[in-house]
Write a protein that binds this ligand. Structure first.
Ligand SMILES: Cc1cc2nc3c(=O)[nH]c(=O)nc-3n(C[C@H](O)[C@H](O)[C@H](O)COP(=O)(O)OP(=O)(O)OC[C@H]3O[C@@H](n4cnc5c(N)ncnc54)[C@H](O)[C@@H]3O)c2cc1C
Length: 398
């Protein structure tokens, strides 16, 4: 604050956060830290209510894939978790393997992009089960932020006095001074308040699943994870999904999206068909892929369409962050890193800025260029990874 006479715009305000996902929880943890460090003059400090559609058990129990947290250029999830004091706890719970590798269909490495060591960081990347990451974030939620589980936000209205009214799934309405929208790529609130910013299909379809617990990870999963390229249009991703199981994702290009299938919702006949399709699509890949297919947990099989939201600027008293503001398909391997950085930087700007407008502008100036770049990189990977023939030759010659 430049003036000691002017009251900070957060004093005594009520904030509602939509979604206790990655961005929403990081925002709350970071806000507490910035208020403690730089916000002693913000008294009474703001009160936060977080409304989360899922139950706490669903949130930490159902998401069977892992996430790579990075420290390169635009993706600074590692550095941000360190600033929050959470990195060591996350590393202790992370999966085996510390680097990403791009393989050919025989799992011979084509590229091992490595970030040079960064001073002060114990390691430059980690792969962690999404459930573990969220469990740790939820554990560190500050006491002034109350999570209302199993209580989604069904609608929101921007009022003339600048406040926001939200409708809750339990039939109640709540009013707040600031609504932080962190409800993910399918954001209900975005479709209501910013309908022009749509979630668009970007031309790739993924079949994914994880395995039963394995006795030990087969090579190369015992030391690394990554993508494998066959040159026949079927791109493969394999990684430990936690400390005992692996996740595989095979993807292909399509002009139109496919009906999505959520894990655990398919009949045995459908599952057999999808697993037969996955076997056919991965027939050019050597071990460990056939073994991972054999060990697949049927209830984990899912089909998804790669989608994204072109990043957009915020205004008024509703601030979109994470996937709700700039969803990136999983080909970016970046969305969680972006959500972590968004939550942290929004909290920082809100505490340090002189006005809400200034805070929102400073936040958008940080998040929009990096998410545009991440989306651009995901497009390149989609194009190269699913291409036929010529790229295969190019990599083999290099
Ligand atoms: C298979 C796969 C692999 C991925 N791998 C990586 C990776 O390696 N690295 C990486 O950085 N990113 C990765 N991502 C992307 C990453 O998971 C997302 O970008 C990230 O979770 C976005 O965080 P968020 O906080 O914006 O949303 P989310 O973490 O999705 O959280 C949104 C929350 O809002 C809740 N919610 C939804 N609607 C409502 C509502 N109406 N009211 C209240 N609550 C609501 C949801 O239940 C959820 O808890 C991957 C994604 C997938 C699918």
């Amino acid at each position: 604050m430049s003036s000691t006479t002017q009251q900070h715009f957060l004093v005594g305000k009520r904030i509602i956060v939509a979604g206790a996902g990655i961005g929403g929880t990081v925002f709350c943890i970071a806000l507490q830290q910035f208020l403690e460090k730089h916000g002693q003059h913000i008294q009474p400090s703001p009160l936060i209510d977080v409304y989360e559609r899922e139950t706490s058990m669903n949130v930490v129990g159902r998401e069977g894939y892992s996430i790579s947290i990075r420290s390169d250029g635009i993706s600074e999830g590692m550095q941000t978790l360190q600033k929050l004091g959470l990195l060591d706890e996350m590393i202790a719970e992370s999966n085996p393997g510390m680097n990403y590798t791009l393989f050919n269909a025989d799992f011979i490495p084509l590229m091992e992009p490595k970030v040079p060591p960064i001073e002060g960081l114990p390691q430059t990347t980690m792969r962690i089960a999404r459930t573990k990451l969220r469990e740790i974030l939820i554990k560190h939620m500050p006491s002034f932020a109350k999570i209302h589980w199993n209580c989604g936000i069904t609608s929101a209205h921007e009022l003339e006095n600048g406040q926001v009214l939200v409708d809750l799934a339990n039939g109640n309405q709540e009013q707040c001074d600031l609504l932080i929208v962190a409800d993910g790529s399918n954001s209900k609130i975005r479709t209501i308040l910013r309908p022009q910013h749509k979630l668009n299909f970007v031309g790739a379809i993924s079949i994914m699943a994880r395995t039963h617990p394995l006795e030990k990870f087969p090579p190369p999963l015992n030391i690394t994870w990554g993508r494998a390229f066959s040159g026949d249009g079927n791109f493969l991703f394999i990684a430990p999904s936690d400390r005992t199981s692996a996740v595989w994702i095979v993807s292909y290009l399509s002009d139109t999206p496919r009906e999505t299938k959520v894990a655990g919702t398919m009949s045995d006949v459908e599952l057999d068909e999808i697993l037969a399709e996955a076997k056919e699509r991965t027939k050019s890949y050597s071990e460990p892929m056939p073994m991972l297919l054999k060990q697949t947990l049927p209830s984990s099989v899912a089909i998804s369409n790669a989608k994204e939201v072109t990043p957009f600027r915020n205004h008024g008293s509703v601030i979109f962050i994470g996937d709700a503001q700039h969803a990136i398909s999983s080909f970016g391997g970046n969305g969680a890193n972006m959500a972590i950085m968004d939550g942290y930087q929004l909290a920082e700007q809100l505490v340090n800025a002189n006005s809400l407008t200034e805070a929102i502008k400073a936040y958008d100036d940080q998040t929009i260029p990096r998410s545009e770049k991440a989306i651009q990189m995901s497009h390149q990977l989609i194009a190269v990874g699913h291409s036929h023939g010529e790229w295969k030759n190019l990599w083999q010659q290099s």
